[in-house]
Structure formats: C-alpha cells, structure tokens
Design a protein around this ligand. Structure first.
Ligand SMILES: *[C@@H]1O[C@H](CO)[C@@H](O)[C@H](O)[C@H]1NC(C)=O
Ligand SMILES: *[C@@H]1O[C@H](CO)[C@@H](O)[C@H](O)[C@H]1NC(C)=O
Ligand SMILES: *[C@@H]1O[C@H](CO)[C@@H](O)[C@H](O)[C@H]1NC(C)=O
Ligand SMILES: *[C@@H]1O[C@H](CO)[C@@H](O)[C@H](O)[C@H]1NC(C)=O
Ligand SMILES: *[C@@H]1O[C@H](CO)[C@@H](O)[C@H](O)[C@H]1NC(C)=O
Ligand SMILES: *[C@@H]1O[C@H](CO)[C@@H](O)[C@H](O)[C@H]1NC(C)=O
Ligand SMILES: *[C@@H]1O[C@H](CO)[C@@H](O)[C@H](O)[C@H]1NC(C)=O
Ligand SMILES: *[C@@H]1O[C@H](CO)[C@@H](O)[C@H](O)[C@H]1NC(C)=O
Ligand SMILES: *[C@@H]1O[C@H](CO)[C@@H](O)[C@H](O)[C@H]1NC(C)=O
Ligand SMILES: *[C@@H]1O[C@H](CO)[C@@H](O)[C@H](O)[C@H]1NC(C)=O
Length: 455
C-alpha cells in the first residue's frame, strides 16, 4: 500500500512538472511570435549604460557601454550598430573606441568641425588593431559581443563620446531618444532611456571610487520574430534501434528552385563553387549548399547506445553556409533527462534553469581553440560531441520518441524539428507519436484538478 502511494506521489509530481513544462512550452509558443520574450532566458536583455563622466563648456563627455546580459545570444561579425535620435541640436565633437558611419551636414560650423552633425547618428565599433590612442576599455572588437553564459569577460562593448550643443548640467541635459540596436540586422527593440543612480567606478587597485555625473540606462530585448521571416536551422534524428534517419523537414529554410530563385544554393561539387564564394566575399546573406532543407545549420541527434544504467547521445552540428565561419557558436537543448547528465565530451556545458524546479535545459558550446569555430560549409564544417546520461528508471524509455530533444536553439535561434509522427520507432513499437501522450495526461490532470477543487 505504502509503495503504491509513494510511487503515485512520485508520478504525480513528475506529471505536474511535465505539465508545467508543457504549459510553458505552450505559452512560449504563443508569446514567441508576438513579444520579445524568451522562456529559456526570461531576463535576457542588452543594457546600454550611458555614463556622463564630465561636463564640458558646451556639453559633456560620456562613456557608453553595452552589456549583453543574454545567456546564449551573442552578436557576431559584422557586429552591432547603435543609433539614436538627439533630443535637441546636439553634435558629436569626437569619439574614442567607436565612430559614426556618416558625418552629416556640418556646414554651419567654422574652424573645428564635429565628428558627426546628424540628428540620428549611427555608431559602429572600431576594428581590432585600432591605434592605442583611439581605444578605450572594451572597444575595438569589430562589434562582436559574447554572451553572458559563454564568456562574461567579453560580454560588453564600450565607446566614449564628446557631445556638444548639449546641456551642461544634470538639469539641462536631454537624454537621446529612439535607441535602435542592430546586430547587425533587425531583432532588437529598445525601450526609452531611464535616468538611474549614477554609476560608481572602482579603480583597478580598489583604493578609490569615482562616480558618474549622471547615468541613464536603455534596455533592449530580442525577438526572433522581428529578426527574420525564415528559420536558419533544423534538426534531424536517428537511433541505434531503427535504421531510418529522419531528415530535416523539406524546405525548412527555403526551397531549391531553379526557376524562381536561380543561384539560391550551390552543389558541393560545383566547379563554380569557388567563384560563387569569392563573388559575395563581403556579403552576409548565406550561400548554402543545396539540400532538401536549405538551412545554413543542421543539428543531428543520434541515440547511439543503451547501457544498463546510462544511455549515450551523439550530437553533430553541420554548417551548410559557405559564407560563414561561426565563431563562439552555441546550442541550447531541452531534454527531460538533462537533470541526470553525467558526462559530456568535447563541448562546454552549463545548465540553464530559468525555472529552478525544472532542470532540463542545457547550453553547449565549443572548447576554446579546439572546436569553438564552426567552419564554413565543406569537409571541416562540423563539430560533434557525445553525451552520457544516467537513466532515471521511472521516466526513461526509448518509446514514443522520448529520447529525442524537445527543442534546440543554435546561436539563440530556434531549430525546426521533424514532425513527431516521423520520429524513429522502436521495432514493433506502437505507432503512436509522442503527442498522443498529451491527451491522457491532460485528461488525468483535468480530473485531478476537478478532484482537488471538490476535495
Ligand atoms: C536585464 O538583465 C539583467 C541581468 O539579467 C537584469 O538584472 C535586469 O532586470 C534586466 N532588465 C530588464 C528590463 O529586464
Ligand atoms: C543633479 O545634481 C544634483 C547635485 O548637483 C543632485 O542633487 C540631483 O539629484 C541631480 N539630479 C539628477 C536628475 O540627477
Ligand atoms: C521615434 O520613433 C517613433 C516611431 O518610429 C517616431 O514616431 C518618433 O517620431 C521618433 N521620435 C524621434 C524624436 O525621432
Ligand atoms: C543600469 O545598467 C547597469 C549596467 O547594465 C546596471 O548595473 C544597473 O543596475 C542598471 N540600473 C538600473 C536601475 O536598471
Ligand atoms: C539549376 O540550374 C543550373 C544551371 O542554371 C544547373 O546546372 C543545375 O543542374 C540546376 N539544378 C537543379 C537542381 O535543377
Ligand atoms: C573561414 O576560416 C578559414 C580559415 O581561417 C578561412 O580560410 C575562410 O576564408 C573563412 N571563411 C569565411 C567565410 O570567412
Ligand atoms: C542540473 O543538473 C546538472 C547535471 O546533473 C547539475 O550539474 C546542476 O547543478 C543542476 N542544476 C540545478 C539548478 O539543479
Ligand atoms: C536524476 O536527477 C534527479 C534530480 O536531480 C534526482 O532526484 C534523481 O535521483 C536522479 N536519478 C538518478 C537515477 O540519478
Ligand atoms: C523506424 O521508424 C520509422 C518511422 O520513422 C518507421 O516507419 C519504421 O517502421 C521503423 N522501423 C522499424 C524496424 O520499426
Ligand atoms: C517484430 O519485428 C521483427 C523484426 O523487425 C519482425 O520479424 C517481427 O515479425 C515483428 N513482430 C511483430 C509482432 O510485429
């Protein structure tokens, strides 16, 4: 009797956490298409901090720093661009660690000509190798910013700006409006600048603290929906118990169509390959190898081995894009067995637990100087790893696609999964796909809720 009760309690708590998971998957699905909210990184944002470090005769000098507080979304080459609209007739006299892309019309100035007179300047980071006297701390990385989980020491980017024709006290200065952050494409939405408590700076020797004259913060959040219309990544599946390899869904990221879109992909053995790559040397639009899915990135999940206490998965990430070396790439993978991950080979691992009760999400990324660079399409364009997971007797099964991931992100963007009814089956297993599990569970929970309500 006691055994029955304890095992029932166990399965109820499992079911409840499973429902919470389902509910949040459902909610995140509903919201992901409309709002800049990521269920796996609910506080993820880029904060732009504008510290006025000194007043000048006609304006001020400020250090502007962008902190990437996102766990797994980074900004890769060609880097960020930051724009805003001045509140009045401000100009940029000079900059360190960054530059505006356009000077604008400075004809009203004689003698000293400002760096930029535009009402809506756009700033980019300077490139690595910038002369020392034009640098400040955290600058000059070509606009590349790493993610908070992966490399917090390189998750910020700064420039210094001298602003003229601006207020010269904290009462007269006006904060800029309409911040726009591009990475470099669309995707981020920035809120209004908020005046906050002035930042305190501690000297490197920790012996003196100085303070900004005035500080304002701007928070920018990301939405995949705003960033692009088509997916960029897909998932394929296989297992030791079934010889079927379930490919990425056809046309996930586009269709091979010679008539309407000639040249949208190249064959790996095409004699024109080299010239096609060279032709778009500075283009960041993907040039993909021809596949049925046409995605720049494919993640393959192979259920490799079954031991008594453990099971083993092999993950392979393949780059089909001839125009991109992915530096500092990362994966986010959700699977209910990640709470018992025992060993991971040749990738870095961090548990992401936005909801402390559910420890089912892992962030994986490459080992520095070994496989942190996912090379352009070709023989070297892949990275792989194996995971060893400990079975939890109560939940573990190869049945109904349980051994496959619930979702995968590559560099923060969702990878499209094959439909559940296509997953490899166990030999002679029932043909019910994983989705059909939901129905009895939902029914059970509904009746449970009913019972509890009337208990
Ligand atoms: C931005 O991220 C930081 C760090 O995670 C967090 O403390 C802050 O509340 C976030 N800001 C917003 C507006 O979400
Ligand atoms: C401006 O500076 C004065 C002191 O110089 C301070 O009392 C006041 O709070 C500051 N106002 C703002 C908005 O920072
Ligand atoms: C800021 O952007 C909004 C919408 O894009 C626009 O309506 C508004 O005029 C802009 N404000 C300024 C000061 O440019
Ligand atoms: C402003 O941004 C800085 C740096 O991101 C952060 O430390 C500080 O807490 C923020 N202030 C507020 C009030 O959000
Ligand atoms: C697409 O067209 C090129 C020539 O324009 C041809 O060489 C190639 O075989 C065609 N590919 C397909 C899949 O039809
Ligand atoms: C990727 O890196 C390799 C080796 O460093 C280099 O030869 C190649 O040109 C790079 N490709 C791109 C698209 O940057
Ligand atoms: C999640 O599971 C991993 C692997 O078992 C463990 O290292 C980590 O501490 C767990 N995290 C939490 C928040 O429970
Ligand atoms: C799996 O992890 C859960 C939570 O971390 C723990 O309660 C359970 O005992 C683990 N199971 C095994 C077989 O290690
Ligand atoms: C392997 O899985 C596929 C579904 O993807 C199924 O059609 C096939 O019958 C399975 N093979 C065996 C031997 O069960
Ligand atoms: C189970 O599968 C094996 C091989 O796939 C087959 O020979 C056998 O007939 C199947 N049994 C049933 C009951 O379907």
């Amino acid at each position: 009797m006691a055994f029955i009760f304890s095992s029932m309690a166990g399965s109820i708590s499992k079911l409840t956490s499973f429902t919470i998971l389902l509910l949040f998957l459902l909610f995140s699905f509903i919201f992901s298409s409309t709002e800049a909210y990521d269920a796996l990184d609910p506080n993820g944002n880029i904060t732009i901090k504008w510290d006025v470090i000194g007043w000048a005769p006609d304006g001020y000098v400020a250090v502007v720093t962008m902190f990437n507080f996102q766990q797994y979304r980074h900004i890769q080459a060609p880097g960020w661009t930051l724009g805003w609209t001045w509140a009045k007739k401000e100009v940029v006299w000079s900059m360190l660690g960054g530059q505006t892309t356009e000077q604008g019309d400075c004809s009203r100035f004689k003698g000293n000509i400002p760096h930029c007179c535009k009402k809506d300047p756009t700033v980019v980071d300077l490139l690595p190798g910038t002369p020392y006297n034009q640098q400040i701390a955290n600058c000059c990385k070509g606009g590349v910013i790493n993610s908070w989980a992966q490399d917090p020491a390189n998750a910020a980017s700064s420039f210094q700006i001298s602003v003229g024709a601006a207020g010269t006290t904290n009462k007269t200065v006006r904060v800029p409006k309409n911040f726009t952050l591009k990475a470099p494409g669309p995707g981020y939405t920035c809120g209004p600048a908020k005046i906050v408590k002035p930042t305190r700076f501690v000297t490197p020797d920790q012996r003196r603290v100085t303070q900004a004259m005035m500080t304002w913060n701007v928070t920018c959040t990301y939405s995949q929906f705003l960033s692009q219309k088509t997916p960029t990544c897909c998932v394929s599946l296989s297992s030791f118990y079934n010889e079927t390899i379930v490919p990425c869904p056809t046309c996930t990221c586009g269709c091979q169509n010679n008539i309407t879109m000639p040249g949208s992909c190249v064959e790996g053995d095409s004699p024109y390959l080299a010239s096609a790559i060279a032709g778009g040397k500075n283009s960041y639009t993907p040039l993909v190898q021809c596949t049925t899915h046409m995605c720049p990135i494919r993640v393959h999940w192979h259920v490799k081995l079954n031991y008594k206490e453990y099971w083993r998965v092999k993950i392979t990430v393949t780059n089909f894009n001839y125009r991109m070396n992915y530096t500092q790439w990362n994966l986010v993978v959700q699977h209910p067995n990640f709470d018992n991950l025992t060993k991971i080979f040749s990738f870095n691992y961090k548990s992401l637990s936005p909801y402390a009760a559910i420890n089912d999400t892992a962030m994986l990324w490459g080992v520095k100087f070994y496989n942190d660079l996912l090379m352009q399409a070709g023989p070297l364009g892949n990275v792989q790893s194996e995971l060893l997971l400990r079975k939890d007797k109560a939940t573990f099964t190869f049945d109904k696609g349980w051994a496959f991931p619930r979702r995968i992100y590559f560099n923060g963007d969702n990878c499209v999964m094959p439909p559940p009814d296509a997953y490899p089956w166990l030999p002679n297993a029932s043909s019910r796909p994983i989705i059909s599990l939901l129905h009895p569970i939902m029914t059970f929970l509904a009746s449970l809720a009913f019972l509890l309500a009337y208990a």
